[in-house]
Every structure is written in structure tokens, then in C-alpha cells.
Design a protein around this ligand. Structure first.
Ligand code: CP
Length: 304
């Protein structure tokens, strides 16, 4: 179903397709545990363009492709490609499609992946477009909730931090609106979720904008924490006014439900104290590890 398709937005993946990805990711995870080589993408090439910094997304896509028997060619920063000479994204993509079978792109401009998909006959995967979306992160976030809590339906999810520029939150909120969940949104006033995201949610979707942190923590099955992203602010005084607004500490853990988890797309700065890492509730490193089987599933399905 996903064969030869671009994934630019989370809307590009239907509910049945998500279920297929989760099932295939479970199979990939079993293969990884057994150390069995998978040569299903032998001879296929992935091109990765990361015009913004990345650790998890880039390495997990590249690891996934290598583990599937394929290979990777990559540009890790704009200044090492002809973009530095003024080449357009459209021309860059036109070249990459002749060198590879699938193109993964991270770009600081919202809408960059959509633009790239217009100029490419090969599938484009959005690995994060500015403050837009991060659809493959969302797929692994949903996979993690399902794996850690058994189900997504019936859960209360609280998102905390930078909801304005946070692309992971934008795509996760849109994806969650297809499930029977309740969502609390907590942020400083200047980092509230954009109206264009709220306006896309179904009318009957239970979302509490400006929820109270302490009571939301007590109700939540999932506490989804995000970093306040210094690099998105044009006014550094605005950034200084909101850093350290929310912090998850061992005291926060005591208020949480017994069977609840803390997630974070990472990297984190100071919004989750290192002592929290030892708690069984800390699911963020497992969440990042799930990037490999989930991206193996996605890439293998796109490349057929
Ligand atoms: N979650 C995420 O996108 O991490 P990176 O920026 O390290 O890729």
C-alpha cells in the first residue's frame, strides 16, 4: 500500500497503514533481536539530506537502510553540498532522484519536503521540516505508546513545552485525533499550539488547551515532554523569558499514575532531570531505539 509513496505529512499514512507499519516493525524488531541479517533491500540506495542537525533521525534511517541490506549516500549539512553555491532544493532533489531510490530530507523551512516531493519521481520522506511536521517521529511515538501501554485508545496524553515550533507535537496531535484519547496541552503563552493545527482537529476531539501542569501530570498515561528550541527564536529575549518553564523531576514521578510513561523526542536540555532516567516510567530512550525497527518497516514498505 505504501509502495513508492512519499511521506510528507502524517496525513499521508492511513490508520490501516499505520497498523501495517506497527506489525512489520514488530517483525523487524524480532529480526534485530535474533541478529538475523535481512537482505531485502540489497542494491537499493537511500539518499539522506540533513540541512539541520540530527542524531537520532539520521542515524536511525541510515541504520535501518543498512540493516535491510541497502546502502546510503548522504549530505549532512548544506555547506558541504551545492546548496552552498545557491542550488535550489528543486534542482538538488532532481539530481538525488537519479542517484537513489528513496530520499530522506530534513530542512529548516516548513513545507520543504512537500516542495521536494513535487520535483521528485522517487519517494520523499520528511525527516522534519522546520516547525512543520516530523511524521516518522510520530509513527515511532505511536508505536512506543502501543508497545509500552498496550493500547493508544483510552489514554490521556499531556504534551508539555514548545507546542508552537515543535514539529513532533504538531504531527503527533494530528495523529492522536484519529484515536479515542484525551490530550492536555501545556506551554508558555508565547509557545502555544498554532491555531492552524487546532482548527484541523475533529470537533468532538477532547483537547484541553492551557491545562494545569500538576493536575495534568496526575491524570496522564503519557507525559510527552519537548525541548524549548533556542534555534527557532528570532528574539533571544523571548527565549530567555521561557527557558526552564517546565521541568520533570523525581517529584513529578511521585504524582504520576503507577502505569504511566514519560516520552520525549530528544534531544533534551534541562526539561527532564537526569535522575528521572532511572525510573521505569522513563520511556524516551526506548522511544528513540524504536526508530530503527519502525524506519526499517517504513522504508521496506515504501521500496516494496
Ligand atoms: N527526535 C529527533 O528528531 O532527534 P534528532 O534531531 O536527533 O534527529
Amino acid at each position: 500500500m505504501l509502495k513508492n509513496r512519499s511521506i510528507v505529512s502524517i496525513d499521508d499514512v492511513s490508520q490501516p497503514e499505520l497498523e501495517d507499519i506497527f506489525k512489520t516493525a514488530d517483525e523487524m524488531s524480532d529480526h534485530l533481536k535474533q541478529g538475523k541479517p535481512l537482505k531485502i533491500l540489497d542494491g537499493r540506495i537511500m539518499a539522506t539530506f540533513f540541512f539541520e542537525p540530527s542524531t537520532r533521525t539520521r542515524l536511525s534511517f541510515e541504520s535501518a537502510m543498512n540493516r535491510l541490506g541497502g546502502s546510503v549516500i548522504s549530505v549532512s549539512e548544506a555547506r558541504s553540498s551545492s546548496v552552498a553555491k545557491g542550488e535550489t532544493l528543486a534542482d538538488t532533489v532532481r539530481m538525488a532522484e537519479s542517484y537513489s531510490d528513496v530520499i530522506v530530507i530534513r530542512h529548516p523551512m516548513e513545507g520543504a519536503a512537500k516542495l521536494a516531493a513535487r520535483f521528485s519521481s522517487k519517494p520523499i520522506i520528511n525527516a522534519g521540516d522546520g516547525s512543520g511536521q516530523h511524521p516518522t517521529q510520530t509513527i515511532m511515538d505511536l508505536y512506543t505508546i502501543r508497545k509500552e501501554l498496550g493500547n493508544i485508545n483510552g489514554k490521556t496524553v499531556t504534551m508539555v513545552g514548545d507546542l508552537r515550533y515543535g514539529r513532533t507535537v504538531h504531527s503527533l496531535l494530528l495523529a492522536l485525533s484519529n484515536y479515542d484519547v484525551e490530550v492536555n496541552l501545556i506551554s508558555p503563552e508565547i509557545l502555544k499550539i498554532p491555531e492552524y493545527i487546532i482548527s484541523r482537529l475533529p470537533k468532538n476531539f477532547k483537547v484541553n488547551v492551557s491545562a494545569d501542569f500538576d493536575s495534568a501530570v496526575e491524570q496522564s498515561d503519557v507525559l510527552y515532554v519537548t525541548r524549548i528550541q533556542k534555534e527557532r527564536f528570532t528574539d533571544q529575549n523571548e527565549y530567555l523569558s521561557v527557558i526552564g518553564s517546565y521541568s520533570v523531576t523525581p517529584e513529578t514521578l511521585e504524582k504520576m499514575k503507577e502505569k504511566s510513561i514519560i516520552m520525549h523526542p530528544l534531544p533534551r536540555i534541562d526539561e527532564i532531570a537526569p535522575e528521572v532516567d532511572l525510573s521505569p516510567k522513563a520511556a524516551y530512550f526506548k522511544q528513540a531505539s524504536n526508530g530503527v525497527p519502525v524506519r526499517m518497516a517504513l522504508v521496506s514498505m515504501i521500496l516494496g
